[in-house]
Design a binder for this molecule. Sequence first.
Ligand SMILES: CC/C=C\C/C=C\CCC/C=C/CC(=O)SCCNC(=O)CCNC(=O)[C@H](O)C(C)(C)COP(=O)(O)OP(=O)(O)OC[C@H]1O[C@@H](n2cnc3c(N)ncnc32)[C@H](O)[C@@H]1OP(=O)(O)O
Length: 346
Amino acid sequence: MAVDNDGIAVVTLQRPPVNSLNLDLLQAMNNTFDDVAKNKSKGMILTSASPTVFSAGLDIMEMYKPDPKRLETFWVTLQDMWLKLFGASFPTAAAINGHAPAGGCLIATSCEYRVMLSGKFTIGLNETALGIVPPTWIQDSLRHTIPTRQAEIALTTGKMFTVDEALKWRTNRGAEGAARLGPPVLEGPQMPPRSPDQILNKTLKMCLSPKMALDTGIIKLNALNEYLVTERTTIVDNAITFGIKKCNDMDINIQKRGRRKVGLIDETAADKAEAIEKCKKFIKRFDKIPSLARGMTKQIFRQEVLQKLLTNRQADTKQFLDLVNQPKIQQSLELYLAMLKQKSQK
Ligand SMILES: CC/C=C\C/C=C\CCC/C=C/CC(=O)SCCNC(=O)CCNC(=O)[C@H](O)C(C)(C)COP(=O)(O)OP(=O)(O)OC[C@H]1O[C@@H](n2cnc3c(N)ncnc32)[C@H](O)[C@@H]1OP(=O)(O)O
């Protein structure tokens, strides 16, 4: 842990090669979180010493052929880590400088703010894809971060988000919707882009002109009707071109406005230093907010989710121990470890 001049603690996970969460690392995290609270730090930023992995999640070796007592201590220590981090009264942020699967995503979603490095990294709760049901409080951390519907889909599919997806969700309207309609007809002498209103107003003006004979008006209206039907694609394209141009003139970022944000991460950064700076900026937002009021408001806001685990702690532990001790799960862990080893040797 390093505390800067502003009193912000930067806590770096340092368990090579992938910061997998074993008992020792979880205990060290718990002690550090206690220190941050005791020292009355202004806030805490979690990051990783690895250039490519924030955290690989739970150390599978803790669950494979486990010692029963250690396995129980391991799970209770993980619960403690989450209760301390999710329930911390001080501001928390994650500078996610690499992959953050499963438990890595849990750490990130337990913080209040997330900045992830742009690049080929992924983040998400992949448990379901591995045949495991994520415990309620792990699901709750995601549901607390992104909209419920997206959280349900992400959890049930074991979705690992790319950095771009983590920032945004699928597109519906906007520039990409326009692209689906084909390339817009750009401005030219024959068909300058006009809004549909402009076209209709001009036609109406012509038809209402006292100089226009009734039969000529009818012919013109029929021609307009035919034009609207046969040229509808061009008209839509022109309307989109017109809209895009107007948005650009008004400095509105249609790319961003057209996409729905999933918000699993709040911002991206080019490198770790920038990610930490952005996290610091978030923490400094609270400079003028009384810290007691801030901390209590956060705890009240998170109380329901925290209380659920506090009330069901023993049952949650029993469920985990029963699951891990199943021969079928032990077999899956063995296969998964072998697969990871094979991949790392390639
Ligand atoms: C699977 C669990 C099954 C049952 C458990 C039952 C109940 C649990 C309750 C539910 C909670 C689950 C939360 C979890 O966190 S489970 C852990 C899920 N984690 C993952 O699936 C991530 C696996 N790792 C990776 O995808 C990659 O390693 C990663 C993208 C993070 C980094 O890739 P990179 O190419 O940089 O490194 P690798 O070459 O893959 O790995 C290097 C060495 O590290 C070992 N490794 C990787 N991850 C883990 C891990 N989670 N635990 C232990 N060891 C891990 C990997 O085998 C390599 O080892 P060596 O070959 O070098 O010895």
